[in-house]
Design a protein around this ligand. Structure first.
Ligand code: GDD
Ligand code: MN
Length: 360
């Protein structure tokens, strides 16, 4: 019998939830030809091993173990692209989404909807599982912005629980950014025309095992996704993040310069200290934010820091050199300075991406 439904389950450190998840799907999808794909980003807790243990005896269970990569959206994309079924569902691996809604969602899409989205906010749904008032506020703000940008009235655009035809997913796949964790929003924005979305209410359950991976940083990523869409994908998100971090570095530099001056140090020494502190701060921020997915740790972080300092020093030399040459030609210090800084940041970005963080 051909497979009707592939359930894609992104997971990171969800070892204790794997077996209960398979059992829950088994109960909810009785009578359907289904399979489940756990997409694990090499979790240290052995999530992949737990999935394979079950997969050895149950051919409906598969596992994709990704090495050296992190990210909810990209995990979902890879899981979905490994499917040959008619329909694809995406559901969290921590049992917070209500899998008993899947048959209803399948029915909605089979009856003509482009997509069925499990929603906490339509009547009958409820977001009691959201852990803190901050999470609730973040989520509400995000919904409003997302409704504006998507020009839909979908009430849970942040949902990680949805179902669609595989054909539609494949059609949209090459237009997805794959960044961050808002895969549903990414899909809706990738669609050339408005999608007909059926919202299915469900109750968001509290987590019983493991812990949430989505935090305040996630809002920054979300803002990044929207900026990327507004710019039509012309400027890489990483570059925007890198440039923002650079702007912050300028402030750090000035602050430390003032502090050093106030202790009686001369200008050249103070500026040198300010520059070094700013570069270290920028390395840290880029390592935490811009290159979150391939964050350097331990000895590799130290090596990365030294490389980063070297790259940025060369960037500064290029910056000053170009600015001086331009200044000699046209005499505008504002234009020359801006051009020098622009060359500097592009150099720092391009070279540190390949040398320090080795982005493939
Ligand atoms: N492969 C992979 N890689 N899986 C990940 C990663 C990752 O980098 N980060 C998180 N996951 C998995 C988790 O293991 C879990 O199964 C699912 O993605 C959701 O992550 P949680 O950490 O449980 O998210 P949450 O409960 O805080 O977030 C909920 O609300 C969001 C909207 O506010 C979820 O319902 C999300 O789907 C939803 O988008
Ligand atoms: Mn969760």
């Amino acid at each position: 019998m051909s497979i009707t439904l592939t359930v894609v389950v992104p997971c990171f450190n969800e070892r204790a939830n794997v077996a209960p998840m398979v059992a829950a799907l088994d109960a909810a999808l009785a009578g359907l030809a289904w399979e489940v794909v756990f997409v694990d980003d090499d979790s240290p807790d052995g999530t992949a091993a737990a999935a394979r243990e079950i997969a050895r005896h149950d051919p409906r269970v598969r596992c994709i173990r990704r090495i050296g990569r992190r990210g909810l959206s990209s995990a979902v994309i890879e899981g979905a692209l490994s499917s040959s079924a008619d329909y694809i569902a995406v559901i969290d691996g921590d049992l917070q989404h209500d899998e008993t809604r899947l048959p209803l969602m399948l029915q909605a899409v089979a009856n003509g909807a482009d997509m069925a989205v499990g929603s906490r906010h339509v009547e009958g749904g409820d977001s009691a599982g959201l852990s803190s008032p901050l999470r609730v506020k973040l989520s509400e703000t995000g919904i409003r912005v997302a409704q504006l940008v998507t020009r839909t009235s979908i009430t849970d655009p942040m949902s990680g629980f949805f179902l669609l035809r595989r054909a539609l997913f494949e059609q949209l796949a090459s237009r997805l950014t794959g960044q961050g964790f808002k895969i549903l929003l990414d899909l809706i924005l990738a669609a050339p025309s408005r999608l007909n979305i059926a919202e299915i209410p469900y109750k968001f359950r509290p987590r019983t095992a493991g812990e949430s991976k989505l935090d305040v940083l996630v809002l920054a990523q979300f803002a990044g996704l929207l900026i990327d869409k507004l710019l039509g994908g012309a400027v890489p998100l990483r570059f925007i993040s890198f440039a923002l971090v650079g702007g912050f570095g300028v402030l750090v530099n000035l602050l430390v310069l003032q502090l050093a001056r106030s202790t009686g140090l001369d200008f050249a020494t103070s500026q040198t200290i300010g520059t070094i502190v700013a570069m270290i701060a920028n390395f840290q921020l880029n390592n935490q934010l811009t290159y979150r997915a391939q964050r350097l740790k331990g000895p590799r972080a130290w090596r990365g820091l030294v490389l980063f300092l070297a790259v940025c020093s060369l960037g500064a030399i290029a910056n000053v050199g170009i600015a001086r040459a331009l200044y000699a030609e046209n005499g505008s210090s504002l234009f020359s300075g801006a051009a020098g800084a622009a060359i500097g940041v592009v150099w720092n970005y391009a070279v540190s991406a390949t040398l320090v963080w080795r982005v493939r």
